[in-house]
Ligand binder design. Structure first.
Ligand SMILES: *[C@@H]1O[C@H](CO)[C@@H](O)[C@H](O)[C@H]1NC(C)=O
Ligand SMILES: *[C@@H]1O[C@H](CO)[C@@H](O)[C@H](O)[C@H]1NC(C)=O
Ligand SMILES: *[C@@H]1O[C@H](CO)[C@@H](O)[C@H](O)[C@H]1NC(C)=O
Length: 182
């Protein structure tokens, strides 16, 4: 049964790819709060291809809530100016790992802060377990411009988790939309 064998092998491969996704050790939500720029995105989804060229750096603020849940406000520019979208992440028993309901895909997904030093960068992995089509990696920076070694860290992480090189974007241009409240 070669098909079954191939399928089993593919599933093992996927399990291996994602098994090592662990949150940042001793994740500290308070230190993680505040303003971040999303400076990189790896997203291997056919639905994203038409938007690839339009992807720009956007800004967000992470607001921890008293019980450990988090909301994140992302600012982006549209045809009618700046708009904000609020995302809500529910804490799990693992600090640094959250779950959220994706309205776009109508399913619950995990979001994990894989690596951050709080002052400069964060690598964040969103995924639906075992389903690469719905997974993405984002690189956040406290500034819009990050050191080349941090961009490399993000690219290496994305490649190691099965994202093809052409699905990894690091735009340089910022959206003119960095003052919330407008
Ligand atoms: C986090 O959010 C969930 C879903 O809204 C809620 O059920 C839960 O009580 C919240 N946890 C805390 C500690 O506030
Ligand atoms: C965070 O990372 C940046 C870039 O690698 C480094 O310059 C900075 O010193 C780091 N900060 C801490 C607190 O480790
Ligand atoms: C950003 O927007 C402001 C106000 O609309 C405008 O004055 C400024 O030139 C814009 N800057 C860029 C880089 O587009």
């Amino acid at each position: 049964m070669p098909v079954v064998v191939a399928l089993a092998a593919a599933m093992l491969l996927l399990a291996g790819t994602y098994a090592d996704v662990q949150p940042q050790k001793n994740f500290d939500l308070q230190k993680f709060s505040g303003k971040w720029y999303r400076v990189g995105l790896a997203y291997d989804s056919p639905g994203f291809i038409p938007y690839r060229e339009r992807f720009k750096i956007s800004m967000g603020t992470v607001d921890p809530q008293p019980g450990g849940n988090v909301s994140m406000t992302m600012w982006s520019i549209g045809s009618s100016g700046c708009r904000s979208t609020v995302y809500f992440y529910e804490k799990t028993s693992l600090p640094g790992m959250f779950t959220y309901f994706s309205t776009r895909h109508n399913m619950v997904k995990d979001i994990t802060v894989v690596d951050t030093n709080y002052t400069d960068y964060a690598i964040v992995f969103k995924y639906k377990k075992m389903d690469k089509e719905y997974s993405q990696v984002a690189l956040y920076g406290r500034n819009q411009k990050l050191k080349p070694e941090l961009l490399k860290k993000f690219k290496d992480f994305s490649l190691a988790h099965g994202f093809p090189r052409e699905s990894i974007l690091t735009p340089t241009k910022a959206e003119n939309c960095s003052s919330p409240g407008k």
